[in-house]
Design a binder for this molecule. Structure first.
Ligand SMILES: C[S@@+](CC[C@H](N)C(=O)[O-])C[C@H]1O[C@@H](n2cnc3c(N)ncnc32)[C@H](O)[C@@H]1O
Ligand code: SF4
Length: 372
């Protein structure tokens, strides 16, 4: 069977056009046509040179992935798309609708000034093995290509106008760095033109990638899944912390902030009795004292019987937030939970779940190889 490349695989299509002597300026026009005409055939595109038509027909498909299943949350705010890739694997991508006329996340029927956020996947599975995350239990299956990352935006844009993008779906984006950078370059250029300021990449803390992140993707937002203020607890819940120790991660973040001048978003999952005591809030406040950050406290989303964790009670979350705000003067928000009823919330994305133990053990071995 012939394997086709996605027309959104930017470096590949540019190289192929160059090799065939075709003007690469046609590429954005082709993208625009594909976005507007989901079922198009290459011969439908007006004014396409015949050399471009031959090349596209032999090597490219308008989209290599297809939407397999769509589920809406009961409040209609969240929509989860199950997307089937050409190799038979699947990933999930989640739309969250924000109605600017109401100033809040709101469902489809009141869709006045919609500006939806899209939560994108970067890998099938993940090798980081975080113990609270459903995707982590899958182990690593494969990296998504640039085209497969961009196609999630193409599919979602047909259902809702996307203004914000967060790389908080399945996988560790900085562990698929080259494809990520190319995909973001496509998303921020014509015809997508998503503002880089509206794109956030969330990472477990891959230090060598953070070191070059600002040079490759200026003006983007960086979110770091910190989840613990000390190395011991971080290692307990996030095996990747062994390869990327907290001290070195903080040094990399300091350097990033110095270079970029941008604030950093810190994600902190609230796990009952693990990292949610008052002393942890004080440790976190001191750790971040010299940084400009926004802390987002994330209520733990249950992942069925797969996890040993419980969600922190509301009282504990409130005390934690107050300490960070009042004692350390750090802007601290609590993430609104969305899409739980369709398993579309943070960390709930999982496909073809294998035996939990073997997946996590496999990922631990991989993490050892991640050190730069
Ligand atoms: C699924 S990850 C993907 C991005 C990247 N791999 C990371 O860890 O930052 C996005 C966010 O979801 C959080 N998360 C994972 N499992 C969760 C769960 N069960 N409940 C709430 N948040 C979770 C992660 O810690 C991270 O902050
Ligand atoms: S939280 Fe992020 S890094 Fe950790 S296993 Fe899940 S997707 Fe991977």
């Amino acid at each position: 069977m012939t394997t086709f490349r996605s027309v959104f695989d930017a470096p590949f299509i540019r190289t192929e056009f160059d090799k065939s002597g075709i003007n690469t300026q046609f590429i954005p026009t082709i993208w625009k046509y594909v976005i507007q005409n989901p079922n198009c055939e290459w011969r439908d595109i007006p004014s396409l040179p015949s050399a471009a038509y031959s090349l596209l027909s032999s090597k490219f498909k308008p989209c290599t992935s297809a939407v397999d299943f769509v589920s809406d949350s009961t409040d209609q705010v969240t929509t989860k798309l199950l997307i089937k890739l050409q190799n038979g694997a699947s990933v999930e991508t989640v739309i969250m609708r924000y109605d600017s006329s109401l100033g809040k996340y709101a469902g489809k029927p009141r869709s006045g000034g919609l500006r939806s956020t899209l939560c994108i996947s970067s890998q099938v599975g993940c090798k980081m093995g975080c113990k609270f995350c459903a995707t982590g239990t899958m182990g690593f299956k494969s990296n998504l290509s640039t085209g497969e990352i961009v196609e999630q935006l193409v599919h979602a844009s047909r259902l809702s106008p996307i203004r914000n993008i967060v790389f908080m779906g399945m996988g560790e984006p900085l562990n698929n760095y080259t494809a990520l950078v190319e995909a973001i370059r496509v998303m921020t250029s014509y015809p997508f033109q998503i503002s880089p300021k509206k794109i956030t990449v969330s990472t477990v803390g891959i230090i060598h990638a953070i070191n070059k992140f600002h040079d490759d993707l200026p003006n983007l937002n960086l979110a770091v899944s910190l989840h613990a203020p000390v190395q011991d607890i971080r290692c307990q819940i996030m095996p990747a912390a062994r390869a990327f120790p907290l001290g070195k991660l903080m040094d990399a973040l300091a350097e990033y902030q110095k270079k970029s001048g941008q604030k950093i978003f810190i994600e902190y999952i609230m796990l009952d009795g693990v990292n949610d005591e008052e002393q942890h809030a004080h440790q976190l406040g001191k750790l971040l004292d010299t940084f400009e950050v926004v802390i987002n406290l994330i209520p733990f989303n249950p992942i069925g019987t797969l996890s040993q964790f419980d969600t922190s009670g509301d009282d504990k979350v409130t005390i934690f937030q107050k300490i960070l705000r009042n004692t350390y003067n750090i802007r601290t928000t609590v993430r609104k939970q969305m899409g739980q009823d369709i398993s579309g919330a943070c960390g709930q994305l999982v496909i073809n779940l294998p035996n939990k133990t073997s997946a996590v053990v496999a990922s631990l071995t991989d993490i050892e190889d991640l050190r730069p």
